[in-house]
Design a protein around this ligand. Structure first.
Ligand SMILES: C[S@@+](CC[C@H](N)C(=O)[O-])C[C@H]1O[C@@H](n2cnc3c(N)ncnc32)[C@H](O)[C@@H]1O
Length: 266
């Protein structure tokens, strides 16, 4: 680009920013990053490790709001503010719902994501089955390595409550199979022959890598795998393990600012 073209553009941009600033300065907080150009306006989303000034109108979409309310009603923990992650989960569930195959989640806790998905895509109309794997009482500590404990995964020990009965009630009216016990030993209890949606969220490497390896050949082309912990600093060993898996399979993991990793089977 020539210099004479750049300057007018920069001047125009400067003018737009000045006008915008005088219209909006009352709503801007000093710590928002706007003064140092980190954000492009007042923060629109500021939770769960993510701060942005970008549009997040999806939060007010009626269908999403209803789905998120169902997720929050399972009461995963106090102050559950995972709107953007839940939106990504719902969006991909909607994207794959016309593909062949069933839905699986490994790492369910109270079922927040799965319950949101059921609402968002009107799951009963898909004629699919949803398989939910969890101990329903927290991590299997015997599967967590010393390296992972040192990275902070031991902070999860003793945190998860026994939610088995609650989950049975939450999903009692849907075509859902609840598979209780420690992954990987429970994986063979799933009879799904084709899978279009696999959500992996067990906070540690061994069961997660076992799950993706076990189900990989059953994932249909275009099917999605959501890695919930992929980008979170404490979960670096999961990221490393999935990055090695991706190299082995010749695929690329899409890293999202929400911390999630996305794989689309090609
Ligand atoms: C972050 S929570 C899952 C949250 C869930 N995806 C949601 O929608 O709210 C992690 C879950 O993984 C489960 N988990 C961890 N290790 C497991 C294992 N080896 N086998 C089965 N479940 C496991 C825990 O019991 C816990 O409920």
């Amino acid at each position: 680009m020539k210099l004479k073209n750049i300057i007018p553009y920069q001047l125009r941009l400067f003018r737009i920013r000045i006008i915008w600033f005088f219209k909006n300065y009352k709503s801007i907080y000093f710590e928002s990053g706007i003064y140092t150009n980190e954000l492009h306006g007042p923060a629109t989303y500021k939770t769960d490790g993510l701060i942005t000034s970008n549009n997040c109108d999806f939060i007010n979409d009626e269908l999403f709001k209803k789905a998120y309310e169902k997720a929050a009603a399972t009461k995963p923990w106090n102050g559950f503010t995972l709107q953007w992650r839940t939106y990504i989960v719902c969006w991909f569930a909607d994207y794959v719902k016309h593909f062949e195959g069933d839905f699986i989640e490994c790492g369910v806790n109270t079922g927040a994501y799965s319950r949101a998905v059921i609402e968002y895509i009107d799951f009963p109309k898909t004629n699919k089955k949803f398989y939910l794997f969890d101990t329903f009482s927290g991590l299997d500590e015997s599967l967590v390595t010393e390296l992972e404990k040192n990275a902070g995964i031991n902070n999860y020990f003793g945190v998860y409550k026994d939610v088995y009965q609650q989950v049975i009630e939450t999903f009692s009216t849907y075509n859902v199979q609840i598979i209780k016990g420690s992954v990987p030993s429970t994986l063979s209890l799933c009879n799904a022959e084709k899978i279009c949606y696999l959500s992996i969220d067990m906070n540690c490497v061994e069961p997660e890598i076992a799950a993706i390896n076990y189900f990989w050949d059953k994932i249909v082309i275009g099917g999605v795998i959501l890695l919930d912990d992929y980008g979170f600093p404490m979960h670096i060993h999961q990221k490393n393990a999935f990055d090695s898996f991706a190299i082995q399979k010749g695929i690329k993991i899409l890293s999202l600012p929400t911390g999630q990793g996305i794989i689309i089977k090609k």
